[in-house]
Design a protein around this ligand. Structure first.
Ligand SMILES: Nc1ncnc2c1ncn2[C@@H]1O[C@H](COP(=O)(O)OP(=O)(O)OP(=O)(O)O)[C@@H](O)[C@H]1O
Length: 550
């Protein structure tokens, strides 16, 4: 519940629309209950009055028509306003989470699984954004309608007010509370189990070719099966709790109806009410319990929303990996980058970099070579301030990195990472991520520098060719070159290239190294590579071995 309250300000932003949806939903329910009550009263009164003499037919029939009309309009309005507010809330929630997520996840965190993250960003947000529409709104409406019905009974049939009110209180308060208490653990476990299942699916899809070729499909299918069975056992447990809740509410509704009938018959015999009124009240009671049946569905939705809120808050409240400066400085344009006695280890792990010191002059092209696992990528991550070193520091000009805003640092340095992604989009849009206002000529020039122009110009749709998921319609080398072109397109004065020739054949690699100098003219380049670097490609080569510079 506390987690759900974290999202209150976001709900409050849409409070006007949500309140209107609630009022319209109330109007729908009240019109429905009144319609049943009036119809019961009307039909009984007509039947009891011989040939309609002495009974005004006009008023009740007009009421029936009016109430039907109100019900239709109110339901339509409620759907329109409620869904509109929910969709807006969905975009608010996604924006809220993404804004919190990026500063918290710049380092690949080994404890956070992709399937789980996808689950939180999709299923959990969905559970939360509909919390009002399918949980809070109907629960509130059911309670208001039930209270109004109790008041009406207290006025016209006092003997029925107590059993009805009691049944309503049990159905509206005791049943949901018990359901929440019984289902809380299973609800939480079920959300986690579904995330596990998603993770198994994603893993299986990503690695299916290797699994088949290595004959490991049986093992993967077994894990998938186990995850599926665990999720479905929890689902069944939740289903049983929901069914039990539904059964209890139905029994309470039947009890309230019998109580009203009993009190009605007693009052009828005593001449305290007439037959038509009693029939009307009985039908209205029946109608009002239609509302309480919503409570069961709403409660299970509310339980899911609470579990989802807990998972989202846990993600949003991960501590930021670095603190942003209170009074940020502007990054100087033409300034050297200095590593000064930098030592770093990933959280809870032994140090990866030891006492690293070097300077890169503006416009210099520096290569950092060395064996795999030596700490080259980690060094670039520190330069982008994805984390702060435990000892020493990095400066741009005279100021240490923590004096600059992370956004400014990322604008100052364009990165081609080892696993730069190709997005499901056209070649053009993949390139424009590097610089949104790049002209057609600039796009082709960047493709040319990355040795990809020839391939793209041969495609029937050229720059507007869709590259498919993760660039699957490109070869690994072409996808790599597309990412390289994107990095080259950026206006950042510093280019960080992590294994830029990874997945390129020898010929293309040599061609890339040849053009690197002209492609990066006027910029500082720090390139991490295993490849043999031809003479003249860079100004200087440093070797990083086992976290130490030679
Ligand atoms: N996110 C992380 N969490 C924990 N340890 C990590 C993480 N990333 C890298 N490491 C560890 O830090 C060490 C240095 O890794 P790094 O990727 O910097 O090396 P590298 O020189 O770039 O290697 P390669 O050339 O193979 O990419 C390795 O032992 C690696 O296992």
């Amino acid at each position: 519940m506390k987690a759900l309250l974290t999202f209150l300000p976001l709900f409050r932003q849409r409070s006007g629309a949500l309140l209107l949806a609630l009022i319209l939903s109330l109007a729908t329910l009240l019109a429905g209950v009144s319609l049943l009550g009036t119809s019961g009263w009307f039909i009984t009164a007509t039947a009891l009055t011989t040939a309609g003499l002495g009974f005004n037919l006009f008023v009740p029939s007009a009421m029936v028509r009016g109430l039907s009309f109100i019900r239709i309009l109110a339901r339509y309005g409620e759907r329109l306003v409620g869904h509109n507010a929910t969709l807006r809330l969905l975009s608010d929630l996604r924006g809220w989470l993404f804004a919190r997520l990026f500063p918290r996840l710049p380092l690949p965190d080994r404890s956070l699984r992709h399937g789980d993250l996808v689950s939180r960003l999709t299923a959990d947000i969905d559970a939360l954004d509909t919390a009002f529409l399918v949980a809070i709104g109907p629960l509130a409406a059911a309670m208001v309608v039930g209270t109004a019905m109790t008041v009406i009974l207290a006025i016209f049939l006092p003997g029925a007010a107590l059993p009805y009110g009691l049944a309503l209180a049990l159905a509206g308060l005791a049943v949901p509370t018990t359901m929440v208490l019984l289902g809380r653990k299973a609800g939480r476990d079920s959300v986690a189990a579904r995330a596990d299942l998603r993770m198994e699916v994603l893993d299986g899809i990503n690695g299916h070719a290797d699994l088949i070729l290595l004959g490991a499909l049986g093992n993967a299918a077994g894990k998938f099966e186990a995850a599926g069975q665990h999720a479905s056992r929890l689902h069944l447990r939740l289903g049983a709790i929901t069914s039990l809740g539904g059964l209890t509410v139905q029994m309470l509704a039947a009890g309230a109806l019998i109580g009203t009938l009993w009190a009605g018959l007693v009052a009828l015999e005593a001449g305290q009410i007439d037959g038509p009124l009693m029939a009307g009240l009985l039908l209205a009671v029946l109608g009002s319990f239609e509302v309480t049946s919503l409570i069961v569905r709403s409660t299970s939705k509310a339980t899911q929303a609470m579990a989802a809120a807990e998972r989202l808050v846990a993600l949003a409240e991960l501590p930021p990996t670095v603190a942003e400066p209170a009074a940020p400085l502007a990054i100087p344009g033409n300034a050297p980058i200095r590593f000064e006695a930098v030592s770093f280890g990933y959280p809870g792990l032994p140090p990866v970099l030891h006492d690293i010191s070097f300077t890169v002059a503006p416009g210099e092209r520096l290569a950092i070579a060395g064996p795999s696992g030596g700490g080259k990528t980690t060094l670039l991550r520190l330069l982008l301030r994805f984390a702060d070193p435990q000892a020493g520091g990095i400066r741009i000009g005279e100021s240490a990195l923590p004096a600059f805003r992370s956004d400014d640092i990322h604008r100052h340095m364009a990165l081609l990472s080892q696993d730069s992604p190709v997005f499901i989009d056209t070649i053009r849009n993949n390139l424009l991520i590097g610089r949104a206002d790049a002209s057609e000529e600039e796009l082709w020039a960047a493709l040319g520098k990355a040795q990809l122009a020839q391939h793209v110009s041969a495609l029937p749709k050229g720059l507007d060719t869709l590259v498919g998921e993760a660039g699957r319609t490109l070869s690994a080398g072409q996808a790599r070159r597309l990412c390289l072109a994107r990095a080259l397109l950026s206006n950042a004065p510093v280019l960080l290239l992590d294994e830029p020739t990874n997945a390129l054949d020898r010929e293309t690699e040599e061609a890339f190294f040849k053009v690197l100098a002209s492609a990066s003219q006027g910029r500082t380049v720090i390139m991490v590579t295993h490849a043999a670097i031809p003479e003249g490609t860079v100004d200087r080569v440093l070797t990083l071995d086992n976290g130490r510079l030679d």
